[in-house]
Design a protein around this ligand. Sequence first.
Ligand code: FES
Length: 202
Amino acid sequence: MSAENGRAGAERAMENGAAQAAPWWERRAEDVERLIGKYPNSRSAIMGLFWMAQEERGYVSDEDLNWIADKLGLTRGYVDSTITFYSLYHLQPVGKYTIIVCNNVICGLKGSEGLVQELERLLDVKVGGTSADGLFTLQTTGECIAACDGAPALQINQEYFHKVTPERAKLIIERLREGAELEALSEEIGLTKPGAVWEEGD
Ligand code: FES
């Protein structure tokens, strides 16, 4: 390798390193501007920016929230109150799979409390905790997750599971521990759509 080529390679490596160290909003500046440009009012891009931040490391950091507030011309209080309203955004590191059990009225009547207890037992964590293997974070939400006809329902990352009895919860955890694909699993178990496999009253 010539000295010239060596210098060029070193410069490229430094540029790549610098690019990697740059925050996501710099590396994805075009995506950010495209997202904001979709809306007449830039504040409407707030949810999309939360999502981009979360894609980066699995949760939205304090630094992300400050940047989003500045970028959209919002107060930090407004940004905080918005993100904390939605259970799908995380403000601290979470496991590979975030399980969110709906605790709203219908799911409560259909047994969500027992489901949570079984998940706590299976994962050996309390609600809010992450399992020792780093795979699962268990959360509940008092907000209906819009799956009432499949109550009790839960979400694992973006996937819905309906009519989740404690026995089915055990199967879900076992299969994920075995390395099953999350997207395929909800299909495999047949809990993606209310009533898709299980009869009413299951
Ligand atoms: S009450 Fe649980 S999905 Fe609506």
